[in-house]
Design a protein around this ligand. Structure first.
Ligand code: ADP
Length: 655
């Protein structure tokens, strides 16, 4: 049966489930850091930093909430009740995976109020310097790191650093921390029989300051807690140290690392930051599933020999005396360390630039050398060109001069030929004419008279022979002069070319009897072979006749048996082709090559036969010029003692 109570119970359960749902559904792990003091306390600040950094670097998401109980300033039941109310309001609905409590007040608070506020979340403590804390009856589901300063090691380090140390002044106050320090220090003092210890307690700050300012030689100061002086004035650790380190004539040793760098020489120091890190690591392990009781409590492992080089130097302490493995701060960087980067950079740049300069120097040297070589080469070439140009100019001048002289000679030769030919031919014609008249008259009138007298008859015969010789030589001289005139006229361009259309058959028919005349008294036969039809040509018939006379005349002169044949045909190209071949003495090869040169004659003495009529050596030269004048060709072939063959061609009209 359902009663009213049962209904209320069901309602309560529903609400519990409803409110529990967000906690159960949370995916982010939650950690609360509850600090005993404020963050302006260096220790607390260091612990908080250590926790924050360690949890922030984990591979699981952890949301950290941080509270500062500020119990250095307020610590009474009324204040604590207010905190309970506040934390209940803020955190009673949150199931923390772990609560980190720093220092004694917070750790005690958590153990007392855990069930009330924090749902029995696991506790990780740090900075707790009550050795009995883990022995509490309510200590469960908890672990942590105890804060125990290693007084003995700190005093040992002071003795080590100051070999003349006789007296240690311990500055401490009446606070909880101060009392705790006193009990800890008192325990170790008997171990140092050679050292005199003096407590500086229950003094105002200025009294402490004055005392420390006038300490005798061989002294050291051990600074415990001095947060509240005799007059009740509160000083933070750093404020106290600032005042005392400025005034103290002896080195001050401390217990916490947050004082290092602020005026203490050093010692075996406790590190709030280190404790925070250890506690955060423990909290992470719990989040990952490890039971808090399974994690061993750590004692004194968070301490480290730490010293300040600058303070040691200030008090003339040999820095080489610090214990092995010590952390030493404020070691001045050597110039090379300080400027290592700059120095290396500088050297790097110097090496780089030097390399560049060397490369450039090598390059410049090579270029200069190449330039010098080039300059020399170019100078040499210029000189060479100058010399060659001079030589060429000189040669050109010489050639010009030679050419000029040749022209002059040629002109002179032509002029001489003209003059001589004309002046010779006229009297020669007269001489020949009169010679013929004398011969005729002599034969007619005197030869018959001499027939009666034998002596006269012989004389008249000799006269007749002499006249014949005069006539013959006169004729030869006339031909010679005519040839001279023809050649000089052709060369000077003065000759008249009376060109007409010539039918070769008519020309040869007309020339036949004349050409036959060369063989009248000879045993050599002359044949004219016309391979008709022959192509018509345009030429001066007299000049063509002159060529035919020369070729057939020469054949007659140098042929003593056999025959001479004049053949006229048509070339494949339709030109007129005339060949005069004989069975005469022939011409050897060296002579054949020069046969068409001016005045060239074969030495007739070399031939076995006697030449009937000597020529001028100009006949073939004139013939060549005539044929070439009409665009034709002339050539000769011969075999000594077998005969010669002369061929010329003349282009036809149609071509
Ligand atoms: P030339 O008036 O002395 O005959 P050419 O110029 O006509 O002069 O001939 C030059 C020379 O060529 C001749 O002196 C002769 O020795 C040689 N010659 C020309 N035709 C013949 C030939 N048919 N047979 C042998 N020798 C020839």
């Amino acid at each position: 049966m359902i009663t009213r109570d049962t209904l209320y119970a069901a309602l309560v359960w529903a609400l519990v489930i409803l409110f529990a749902a967000p906690a159960g559904a949370q995916t982010v792990n939650r950690v609360l850091l509850l600090n005993s003091y404020n963050r302006d306390l260096a220790w607390t600040s260091d612990v908080t930093d250590g926790v924050e950094e360690t949890l922030g670097s984990q591979d699981i998401p952890i949301k950290l909430s941080i509270e500062f109980m500020d119990t250095k300033n307020y610590y009474n039941s009324e204040y604590l009740n207010i905190l309970i109310q506040e934390y209940k309001l803020k955190y009673s609905h949150i199931q923390f995976d772990a609560i980190i409590a720093s220092d004694d007040n917070a750790a005690n608070f958590v153990l007392q109020q855990r069930e009330n506020i924090f749902g029995n979340a696991p506790l990780v403590f740090c900075g707790v310097n009550n050795f009995n804390f883990p022995m509490r009856a309510d200590f469960s589901n908890a672990t942590g790191v105890l804060e125990f300063s290693d007084m003995k090691s700190t005093i040992e380090s002071a003795i080590r650093l100051q070999p003349d140390l006789k007296r240690i002044y311990i500055v401490n106050d009446e606070t909880t921390s101060g009392k705790f320090n006193r009990s800890r220090i008192t325990k170790v003092l008997p171990e140092f029989e050679d050292i005199e210890f003096a407590w500086i307690e229950s003094m105002s700050m200025s009294e402490v300051k004055n005392t420390l300012a006038n300490l005798p030689g061989g002294s050291a100061v051990l600074l415990g807690s001095f947060n509240r002086d005799r007059l009740g004035v509160f000083y933070t650790y750093l404020e106290t140290l600032g005042i005392l380190s400025a005034a103290s004539s002896a080195p001050i040793y401390g217990l916490w690392d947050f004082l290092l760098g602020k005026g203490i020489v050093g010692g075996m120091l406790m590190s709030g930051y280190h404790q925070g890190r250890i506690a955060a690591d423990m909290a992470t392990e719990i989040i990952k599933g490890r039971k808090a009781e399974a994690i061993p409590i750590i004692i004194e492992q968070a301490n480290q020999y730490m010293f300040d080089n600058a303070v040691m130097e200030r008090y003339g302490i040999d820095t080489g005396r610090v214990p092995d493995g010590s952390v030493v701060i404020n070691i001045p960087e050597s110039i090379s360390d300080k400027y290592a980067h700059a120095v290396w950079s500088f050297f790097g740049v110097v090496v780089f630039l030097t390399t560049c300069i060397l490369i450039l120097l090598v390059n410049i040297r090579a270029r200069r050398s190449a330039e010098v070589d080039l300059e020399e080469l170019s100078r040499y070439q210029e000189e060479l060109i100058e010399i060659r140009t001079d030589e060429l100019t000189q040669r050109s001048r010489e050639l010009e001069l030679a050419n000029y002289e040749l022209k002059k000679l040629d002109e002179l030769k032509t002029a001489v030929l003209n003059t001589v030919s004309h002046d010779l031919r006229t009297p020669l014609t007269a001489v020949l004419g009169f010679c013929k008249i004398i011969d005729r008259d002599f034969r007619r009138s005197f030869v018959p008279l001499a027939e009666t007298d034998e002596a006269l008859e012989k004389k008249s015969e000799r006269i007749t022979n002499n006249l014949a010789i005069i006539e013959k030589e006169g004729g030869r001289l006339t031909r010679l002069i005519n040839d001279f005139l023809d050649l000089s006229k052709i060369e000077s361009g003065d000759i008249a070319w009376n060109d007409v259309s010539v039918d070769p058959v008519t020309l040869f028919t007309h020339a036949h009897p004349i050409l036959e005349g060369y063989f009248m008294d000879s045993q050599v036969a002359f044949d004219l072979v016309l391979d008709e039809p022959l192509p018509k040509i345009v030429a001066d018939p007299d000049r063509l006749l002159q060529v035919l006379n020369n070729l057939v005349g020469n054949a007659g002169k140098f042929t003593y048996q056999g025959k001479v044949t004049l053949t006229a045909t048509t070339t494949e190209g339709g030109w007129l082709k005339v060949t005069v071949s004989d069975t005469g003495v022939g011409i050897s090869k060296p002579h054949l090559e020069r046969i068409f040169d001016n005045f060239y004659q074969v030495d007739q003495e070399s031939t076995s036969r006697k030449v009937i009529s000597r020529g001028s050596g100009m006949g073939l030269a004139i013939s060549k010029r005539i044929v070439e004048h009409y665009g034709g060709t002339i050539s000769a072939s011969s075999k000594p003692d077998q005969g010669s063959s002369f061929t010329f061609t003349i282009p036809s009209i149609s071509v």
